[in-house]
Design a protein around this ligand. Structure first.
Ligand code: F0G
Length: 466
């Protein structure tokens, strides 16, 4: 049988329900066509994010019960720190309440106005945190990673040419470090090869700047290396992860992904001075250095989750489940960014809805239609999220791709539920031509996709019925 086998059985369940079409229409209108603002009880299958949505294991819940809530130097922190040092290998481990807090600390102590941070592709919070310091977040993704139809094994790889051009243009004094996001979430959950990470690391060494990983989905990235990169088939996920992290000098981590918890994060650094300054800020913003913004039980669950995520059977099942959804979409004629990512499928909305221009948010239209047709919640990764002004010309720049991410929570949904999702996607394709574009009615100054309100362009209904 060619199915991704679950290496666990269910011990606790949570009731979910389907809501009627009339209710879905109402929720969509009330939310301003923004699925972030729809109550979760009105969602049947929630693929908004794989972040903080994992089902924890029996051992994680047990670890939570025995969490040590001491303010300073708790047992749970000792376990957290030693587990992280064992996998990541960096000198300093700074707990934070989630990934963006780790980014915020790092950027606050390293960036000045006009500085530049190259990355393969910055995730939205990473970009926003860089820009908050009035620095420039520069994407240096390889050309392969920009072609949604190309089947290639490591489309998260960074372009060494673009990286070199950035150093040429801005100069090493304005680039305090280089980042590499594994897997590359905003470019389709695509992995970065060890060869590319090594080449980027060597380049950084030549320039004398550290390489920092955005490590949220490091175990999924390691699984792809084991499966796809020559010479790694016999290495364990732990060995591959250690080899990867040894190429850098630190990482930011959202434990809400590959540490299989609902909240948590950390910043790892080798540099003594940066670590000290980040810790000073941590005390101010997050908490004492042995808990960051977390309870002792949260630290305990992270440590246990990190041990579990290295299990190759789990990763084979998890990434296999995403790949299988991709296969079903192939069979049903739904275009998506190829190949399937580690944590998500990214529907290619420009191809799916070619009549809607980027200025009218085709990926947001597809996202709204998924809710309308099946109470499935995905997330737009397109112009609503990423349209920005060119730092040199001040002109509006649309992202290269208009994607709808269907992020699969870890250990949560069944095969049948994902089959339902595939069928709802096919239904949106069927009615595609009758869908109209959207326009913004209100937007906040930053990270607008979370709270913006939209309406069908020019008013009226989103689905044209005549
Ligand atoms: N970096 C990457 C690559 C991410 O995907 C995320 C979060 C973060 C940093 C920030 O971590 O949420 O713990 O503060 N991604 C979530 C997502 C929100 O839905 O992809 P955080």
């Amino acid at each position: 049988m060619d199915l991704p086998f679950e290496p666990y059985r269910v011990k606790v369940v949570e009731r979910i329900q389907r809501v009627s079409r009339e209710e879905r229409v109402r929720f969509l209108q009330e939310s301003g066509y923004n699925v972030f603002k729809i109550p979760s009880e009105a969602i049947y299958i929630d693929l908004l994010t794989d972040s903080g949505t994992s089902a924890m294991s029996d051992l994680q819940w047990a670890a939570m019960m025995s969490g040590d809530e001491a303010y300073a130097c708790s047992k749970s922190f000792a376990d957290f720190e030693s587990t992280i040092k064992d996998i990541f290998g960096y000198k300093h481990v700074i707990p934070t309440h989630q990934g963006r807090a780790a980014e915020g600390l790092l950027f606050a102590v390293t960036l000045k106005p006009g500085f530049v941070v190259p990355n393969n592709i910055h995730f939205d919070t990473t970009r926003a945190n860089v820009e908050y310091q009035q620095a420039i977040a520069l994407d240096c993704i390889g050309e392969e990673g920009l072609d949604p139809t190309l089947e290639a094994p490591f489309k998260g790889d960074m372009s060494l040419d673009k990286l070199a051009a950035a150093f040429e243009k801005y100069g090493v004094d304005r680039i305090p470090f280089v980042m590499l996001t594994i897997t590359n979430n905003s470019g389709g959950g695509q992995p970065v090869s060890m060869a590319n990470a090594r080449a980027v690391s060597e380049f950084c060494n030549e320039k004398g700047v550290p390489l920092i990983f955005d490590a949220c989905r490091f175990a999924e990235n390691a699984w792809f290396i084991q499966q796809r990169e020559e010479g790694y088939a016999d290495c364990s996920i732990q060995e591959i992860s250690r080899e990867m992290f040894a190429l850098g000098a630190g990482c930011t981590m959202s434990a809400k992904k590959d540490a299989l918890v609902n909240i948590g994060g950390f910043l790892c650094l080798n540099d003594e001075k940066w670590a000290q300054e980040a810790t000073n800020l941590l005390l101010l913003r997050e908490g004492f250095p042995t808990y960051g913004g977390l309870a002792g039980r949260d630290l305990a669950a992270v440590a246990q989750g990190l041990r579990e995520v290295l299990d190759v059977d789990y990763l084979t099942y998890r990434i296999g489940q995403v790949a299988r959804l991709g296969q079903r979409l192939d069979e049903l004629g739904v275009p998506y960014l190829r190949p399937a990512g580690g944590h998500a499928i990214y529907v290619d909305a420009r191809t799916a809805l070619p009549h809607i221009p980027q200025s009218e948010f085709p990926a947001q239209v597809f996202t709204a239609a998924l809710y309308l047709e099946g109470a499935v919640r995905g997330v737009e990764i397109g112009s609503l999220m990423f349209e920005h002004e060119d730092p040199d010309t001040g002109e509006k720049v649309h992202p290269a791709m208009e994607l709808v991410r269907l992020a699969i929570p870890r250990r949560v949904y069944s095969h049948t539920q994902l089959e339902y999702v595939a069928q709802v996607c096919a239904r949106v394709m069927e009615i595609g031509e009758s869908l109209r574009g959207l326009e913004i009615v209100w937007e906040p100054p930053a990270l607008r996709h979370f709270t913006a309100s939209l309406r069908p362009a020019g008013g009226g209904k989103m689905v044209q019925t005549n």
